[in-house]
Design a protein around this ligand. Structure first.
Ligand code: PLP
Length: 418
């Protein structure tokens, strides 16, 4: 079947509407220069500054920064496994989570020796359905094997955290929010990432607060933070990244000067190297200062696109708009009866200079790495399977101006006009 195609005739210069962008402004350049001038590029004071500012931003007491959102998930889960306070969180225990997420969420669960268990999502905002979590736990043969609920605020849409926390309390489970895609989203007036025991964020270049690569775990729990500081640095006893050891020994470990032990090289847990460079933290600090502007600009862009693409609502499910959402991108789901396939639509958008991405895929049934789960889940999580095949997203980022949005709308007009 040949569907309507072609390039936009009104636009003389072919312009690319990117999914994301990062423009180095005066502030970012100054932030990088500040690190160079400070004379130390490995993890140091900027990292701590970012951690303090980000904890304030999320409204948690603490935050530990690591080299990626994936590392944040791994270190958060590893800390729970290592902690005696959570006896149920042990290797082999089960984590209830969403099937529709970027693969890192599930990889981290599996790589830390936990078992992911999937329940279906809300087809309109992609959030895990609390009712499905509860039904699953009610009918589970082995409810004691469940240890964690891991909701993901996909595309910036907050999950129903009140319900998730209620279920967690009922079944004695820890809640870890994956807030990698939701910097500044609000749930009932509270920031995502502050609504559970611990939460993770990613500052990868495609996210709203960008640092190139970087992640963080936020929590109110000082003990967990201390453990994660060790875990991110090969399990070393000292959990401080800023000490300059003026007298040759760590002032927080008095007595070590007598024993000739350097706590940087004494390791009391088995950890990773997830430390970061000062550059990333400096970019994070600079971006945080613009967080409100970024969020508002993205919201305005989503509102504009919604207004102008609404005429295609027979074919396309457009993103629900709310002033509470910090939009990672502009997600679109192709409706069931539409004659347009995702492949066709994305190819045509691309030809017209509008970049897009598929909405990640349903991990247990559509991601080859998890083929071993396919038989178990096929047909059981229909909303996630549908979104995995029919949903995609385009950019709504802060660098898109009115003329760019007009251009994107014209591309849709060109492709979808019957
Ligand atoms: C939901 C979600 N979780 C985790 C991650 C992992 O973050 P990173 O790419 O920084 O490792 C991402 C990254 O996009 C994500 O979208």
């Amino acid at each position: 079947m040949k569907l309507n195609s072609g390039t936009i005739k009104e636009a003389p210069v072919k312009k690319r509407i990117s999914v994301g962008d990062f423009q180095i402004s005066v502030e970012e350049r100054a932030a990088i220069n500040e690190v160079l001038d400070a004379g130390r590029i490995s993890e140091w004071k900027k990292v701590r500054e970012f951690e303090r500012l980000f904890a304030d931003y999320v409204n948690t007491k603490h935050c530990v920064a690591v080299n990626s959102g994936t590392s944040a998930l791994i270190i958060g889960l590893s800390a729970l496994i290592n902690e005696s306070r959570f006896p149920k969180v042990r290797k082999g225990s089960k984590v209830i989570t969403t099937p529709l997420t970027y693969i890192a969420t599930i990889n981290a669960i599996v790589l830390t020796g936990l078992e992911p268990v999937f329940v279906d999502i809300n087809p309109y905002d992609f959030s895990i359905l609390p009712q499905k979590i509860e039904e699953h736990l009610e009918s589970a043969n082995d409810p004691k094997k469940y240890s964690i609920i891991l909701p993901v605020h996909l595309m910036g849409y907050p999950c129903d955290m009140d319900e998730i926390n209620r279920i967690a309390e009922k079944y004695d489970l820890v809640v870890l929010e994956d807030s990698a895609q939701a910097h500044g989203s609000l749930y009932k007036g509270e920031k995502t990432g502050s609504l559970s025991f611990l939460s993770v964020f990613s500052f990868y270049i495609a996210h709203n607060i960008q640092a190139g690569e970087m992640g963080a775990v936020a929590t109110d729990d000082a003990n967990l933070i201390s453990l994660m500081r060790k875990l991110k640095a090969n399990g070393r006893m000292c959990d401080c990244s800023v000490c300059t050891r003026p007298n040759g020994y760590c002032p927080y470990f008095p007595g070590y000067e007598d024993d000739d032990l350097d706590p940087r090289f004494v390791h009391d847990v088995i950890g990773y190297n997830f430390k970061i460079m000062e550059f990333e933290a400096a970019l994070g600090v600079s971006q945080l200062k613009k967080a409100d502007f970024i969020l508002e600009k993205r919201q305005n862009n989503v509102r504009f696109l919604n207004e102008h693409l609404d005429k295609y609502s027979d074919d396309l499910q457009l993103p629900a708009f709310s002033k509470d959402i910090s939009y990672l991108a502009y997600p679109i789901v192709i409706k069931e009866h539409s004659k347009f396939t995702r492949k066709y639509l994305r190819e045509e958008l691309e030809k017209n200079g509008v970049e897009s991405r598929p909405l990640f895929g349903c991990v247990p049934t559509q991601q080859p790495a998890y083929n071993y789960l396919k038989e178990e889940y096929e047909g059981k999580i229909p909303n996630a399977e549908y979104a995995g095949k029919k949903a995609f997203y385009i950019g709504c980022h802060q660098y898109l101006e009115r003329e760019d949005l007009d251009y994107a709308v014209k591309a849709f007009d060109q492709i979808l006009a019957k």
